[in-house]
Design a protein around this ligand. Structure first.
Ligand code: V55
Ligand code: FE
Length: 492
């Protein structure tokens, strides 16, 4: 059995699967790591352990490798571990891939039939003292935040019966609640959505079941003080295509955008569906809030299918140059009869991986941070070769959503960036006053650096560069977790 990955750009260059689990104590630093940063930047990347069972795979299907950067007293220590998912354990024993195509259990080896398929590769959060590695097709996988040791599949004391749990739950900064949902909650391609509110101690305190108008990907959602909003995407799925061994998802070219608005403690019958006649590709929620009657949701919406690896049935994928994205503010007016939300443009550009000052999550806010792709920025093809096929962002943006003011920083002609997270300067610092922490891909050296940017001196670039002696493949999501949020839990 060969262990060579296919000759496919998704497994080449910067995004070759590194598969290294590491401990690097006290990274070498140029500049100054702020001494007041006391906490951990957790992030997760898909890093496939095995060549794909069917000969080809997707970036989204790699095994989750969690990285932790611990900041303390002006120093930063790094460690990384694969999440020991059921998939990881079974495949390591077999020394080959047993799970088949992305999100398609019909393509699996019979030896793993019925097993939880989580790759745990999409996001990592800390709640009630546990670290959760998340994949939207499965329950969370709990880990110990201090050692990155895997505890196992987690169902909140058995109270979460959904088969799935989003990679984008939200934490209410006021009461510590974890607000979450699972789609395809009663199995692949079902329209069931399970909705959960989990208190700060990890207890399920509210549950509702909804029936979505179509079976489609629901990657992110929005939470306010009093409401939640589910964008039901135009990336559809169905059982027939799964059984036929086609890609699990495909772009639905001629459909409406759908958004479901539910009171935060509402039941299934309380959902109100809104539609937008023009199709769109919904990106990540920036933030959301409400004033009692109106619910506001800020998010990027693109004019066409961003997921080129899930083409529409005709085979068409848009030319990347034809993709246009608008940072949109939706207003859902619950006191009006109209079932179409109002759309306002905050800014028009390719900006994604939004992070805000989490102390303002679910409430009115002003500052947001993004990765951007600036097509006019210079790129050193001679030294770097083609940019990574999976993800390529070449700069950062700080956006004031009140005034529309944008400040940018470009990573330079030999670098790409990964998702930035925000850490406040101090617990009582004003909104957005603090640091951005992120990985920079050195595409010429095939090596990673961790950088820290002061948000008050944004265009200046890094105040600290922590050098890693290895390459960390493009990741998906991560979070800054202050040391105070890491208190021990009885399960851990
Ligand atoms: C996304 C990522 C995923 C996935 C579904 O960015 C959606 C969106 C890393 O895996 O499985
Ligand atoms: Fe995401």
């Amino acid at each position: 059995m060969t262990t060579r990955f296919p000759d496919d750009p998704i497994y080449r260059g910067f995004d070759a699967p590194g598969r290294v689990e590491a401990n690097v104590f006290d990274l070498e630093v140029d500049g100054r790591i702020p001494a007041e940063l006391d906490g951990t930047f957790f992030r997760v990347a898909p890093v496939p352990n095995w060549p794909p069972k069917l000969g080809n795979g997707l970036f989204f299907d790699g095994d989750g490798m969690v990285g932790a950067f611990r900041f303390k007293d002006g120093h930063v220590d790094f460690s990384s571990r694969y999440v020991r998912t059921d998939k990881f354990v079974a495949e390591r024993k077999a020394r080959r891939a047993l799970f088949g195509a992305y999100r398609n259990p019909f393509t699996d080896d019979p030896a793993v039939a019925g097993k939880i398929r989580s790759t745990a590769n999409t996001n990592v959060i800390v709640h009630h003292g546990l670290l959760f590695a998340l994949k939207e097709d499965s329950p969370p996988v709990a880990m110990r935040p201090d050692t990155l040791e895997t505890i196992g599949n987690y169902r909140f004391g058995g109270k979460m019966t959904s088969e799935t749990f989003t990679a984008h739950p939200k934490i209410d900064p006021v009461n510590g609640e974890l607000i979450a949902f699972g789609y395809s909650a009663r199995g692949v391609a079902t329209t069931d959505i399970a909705y959960y509110v989990i208190d700060r101690g990890g207890n399920v305190v509210h549950e509702a079941w909804l029936n979505a108008p179509r079976a489609a990907m629901v990657h992110d959602f929005a939470v306010t003080e009093n409401y939640v909003v589910f964008p039901i995407s135009s990336v559809g799925t169905d059982l027939e295509r799964l059984k036929a061994g086609k890609t699990a998802f495909h772009w639905l070219p001629n459909v409406e955008q759908i958004y479901g608005v539910l009171p935060r403690r509402g039941g299934g019958k309380d959902i109100r569906w809104f539609t937008v006649p023009t199709n769109g590709f919904q990106g990540h929620t920036i933030n959301a809030w409400d004033d009692g009657h109106k619910v506001y949701v800020d998010m990027p919406v693109a004019n066409d299918n961003v997921f080129w690896f899930f083409p529409e049935d005709s085979g068409r994928v848009p030319d990347p140059k034809s993709l246009r994205q608008v940072l949109t503010r939706w207003t859902f007016d619950l006191s009006a009869k109209s079932s179409t939300p109002k759309a306002q443009t905050i800014a028009s550009l390719m900006a994604e991986f939004p992070h805000i000052d989490d102390r303002y999550a679910t409430r009115p806010y002003r500052h947001a941070f993004f990765g951007i792709y600036d097509p006019t920025a210079s790129y050193d093809f001679a030294r770097c070769g083609p940019p990574p096929a999976n993800v390529f962002f070449n700069g950062l943006m700080r956006l004031d959503v009140m005034t529309g003011e944008m400040r940018r920083w470009l990573a330079g002609p030999t670098s790409g960036i990964q998702e930035p997270v925000f850490a406040p300067r101090s617990p009582n610092a004003p909104e957005g006053d603090g640091y951005l922490i992120l990985l920079v891909n050195r595409l010429d050296e095939l090596r990673s650096d961790l950088i820290v940017i002061d948000t008050q001196d944004f265009e200046h670039g890094p105040i600290a560069v922590a050098h890693l002696p290895l390459r960390l493949r493009n990741g998906i999501h991560g979070n800054w977790v202050p040391a105070t949020a890491m208190e021990k839990h009885s399960d851990a």
